[in-house]
Design a binder for this molecule. Structure first.
Ligand code: FES
Length: 118
């Protein structure tokens, strides 16, 4: 069921807005006038992703810089290694793992944004 969550004018291109609805935490992203809804908590350590940076369709986590594709939720890269290990990061280090984000369908109508939540 599509539920109204915001007005288009509330989120500028390249902007994001976080909210909770029906027990789900969602980050709503504006990529060039198209809106995408992804899980708000980072797949690494649950940082609030709307506080990160949106560059095109790539969302970068504000805490350790993991990156996600907002169109699919796919994790594109894991968190950055900590400073002492950064010269020789261990790719098998569980601290560097992240998981992708859930996504939800979005539609716009008459300036309003709707997200399809089960
Ligand atoms: S919390 Fe997002 S990369 Fe660590």
């Amino acid at each position: 069921m599509f539920i109204k969550v915001a007005e288009e004018k509330d989120i500028a291109p390249g902007g994001m807005k976080g909210f909770s609805l029906n027990g789900r935490d969602i980050a709503l992203c504006n990529y060039g006038g198209a809106f995408y809804a992804v899980e708000r908590a980072c797949g690494h350590a649950k940082a609030r992703l709307e506080r990160g940076a949106l560059t095109g369709w790539i969302l970068t986590c504000p805490l350790h810089y993991a990156q996600f594709d907002i169109r699919t939720g796919e994790a594109l890269s894991g968190p950055a290694p900590r400073a002492p290990d950064s010269r020789h990061p261990d790719p098998a280090d569980p601290a560097l793992e992240t998981k992708g984000l859930k996504t939800w369908p979005v539609k716009t109508e008459a300036g309003l944004i709707y997200v399809d939540l089960p």
